[in-house]
Write a protein that binds this ligand. Structure first.
Ligand code: EPS
Length: 400
């Protein structure tokens, strides 16, 4: 299967990812990954850090002559800001850890629990790793999975549907490709009226020393029916996706399809009736069609072949320039939490990160169902499955 791990501190030398299980024969260039890294850096409401960084990947292994070779892919993205932090963040003993100490934990951040759990006197040891800077490595690994999924016609996008309490009006039909359409907006929102209000809300929050959360909707098109499985709790795709999205820093909720709203509706209004697809419809759904997509493209922990639609909700960032009450870890005295340079909001970036996490989980689901050490083998296996779906329809006398 496809799995990955990341390492690196926010102001350390670099972020790294190791991605394993990508089949051989996938065309891959650093530029493919850089495009996603650049998307992650955008978004109105970011702080000074994004002016320092210009994230570019170095592919260290697993690729030869522009093609994956089936070996683990090691990816490295340097932190330009390390040049300003080398004394504080140096690996060697004798560096100056007394500088830039963090002893007044921020409510909502990992500072307090992390300092207690890992027995660190300086909560910088916690914040450096809990920082959302780590998502650079996820997006780099996700970009590779995105390329793999694209080989099977899968397209992943997202857009911001709420930010700072302002809700966007949703278009009747979403643009294709969704990722590029959303990227054209400074807050990755498709509603131009809400976009203006969101930007103003961010400006106001910045002035007030406050931060803002919001919601991104992730949409994945082109998946085949039957990814994931109903047979075991940990193979259910909705659970795997929700876990991946919930692991994004500051994400507090995930909804699939109608989500929480479904709990308040009668069954007659919460499901998607099944019909036969019109002749010539895409083969992924096995010849079946739904007029609605309340399930968000997932039933019984498996894809339906319709669009996968989910909402990922992020709380406001916990670094406030007008800090909340805290306690100094050294003295035990009541004190205001530490105010570090940070962003006002990172909701637009969170959508891009949610796309990457979806790519990682879905590429794994493809590898699980279709195996294949090479892209060619995986293609044959997908083709065989689609032919099996066609065959069932053939038995009804319907042209595939
Ligand atoms: C972050 C704080 C800010 C953000 C950072 C996440 O960094 P700094 O403390 O260096 O100003 O900009 O996000 C990134 C660096 C990034 O690449 O997304 C935090 O505390 O989580």
């Amino acid at each position: 299967m496809i799995r990955f791990t990341t390492a690196g501190e926010s102001h350390g030398r670099a972020l790294v990812a190791i991605l394993e299980g990508v089949p051989a024969g996938l065309a891959l260039a650093a530029a493919d990954i850089d495009a996603e890294l650049t998307r992650r850096m955008q978004g109105y409401g970011r702080g000074g850090r994004m002016k320092i960084e210009a994230d570019r990947v170095q592919i260290l292994s697993g690729v030869r002559a522009g093609e994956t070779i089936g070996a683990p892919i090691a990816l490295l993205v340097e932190n330009k800001d390390f040049a300003n932090w080398s004394e504080v963040m140096a690996v060697e003993a004798g560096a100056d850890p007394a500088k830039r100490r963090l002893t007044r934990p921020r409510p909502g951040h990992a500072d307090l629990a992390g300092a207690l759990k890992y027995d660190r006197r300086d909560a910088r040891d916690v914040l450096e790793r809990s920082s959302a800077r780590e998502t650079v490595a996820r997006v780099a690994a996700g970009a590779v999975c995105r390329r793999l999924l694209a080989a099977f016609g899968v397209e992943i996008g997202s857009h911001v549907v709420a930010l700072g309490g302002i809700e966007a009006a949703l278009p009747a039909t979403l643009p294709v490709p969704l990722d590029r359409a959303a990227d054209a907006s400074p807050v990755r929102c498709l509603d131009p009226v809400a976009e203006v209000e969101m930007v103003a809300r961010i400006d106001a929050a910045r002035k007030e020393g406050d931060t803002l959360g919001g919601v991104a909707e992730v949409v994945v098109r082109g998946l085949v029916v039957g990814l994931g499985s109903h047979i075991a709790w940990d193979r259910r795709l909705d659970g795997r996706l929700a876990a991946a999205w919930m692991s994004i820093p500051a994400v507090k909720a995930v909804e699939i399809g109608l989500g929480v709203q479904a709990a308040h509706l009668p069954g007659s209004e919460a499901h998607d009736e099944i019909a036969r697809a019109a002749p010539g419809a895409a083969r992924n759904a096995g010849g079946f069609a739904r007029a609605t997509n309340r399930a968000g493209g997932l039933e019984g922990g498996m894809t339906t072949g319709g669009p996968l639609v989910a909402r990922v909700a992020m709380k406001p960032l916990s670094t406030l320039m007008r800090p909340l009450a805290s306690v100094d870890l050294e003295t035990g005295a009541a004190a205001k939490a530490q105010a570090e340079r940070s962003d006002v909001t990172a909701v637009p970036a969170m959508g891009v990160i949610a796309e990457a996490m979806a790519a990682l989980v879905l590429a794994d689901a493809y590898a699980e169902k279709f195996g294949g050490d090479s892209l060619g083998e995986m293609r044959r296996n997908v083709g065989g499955y689609l032919a099996q779906l066609d065959e069932r329809r053939g038995a009804w006398g319907v042209e595939p």
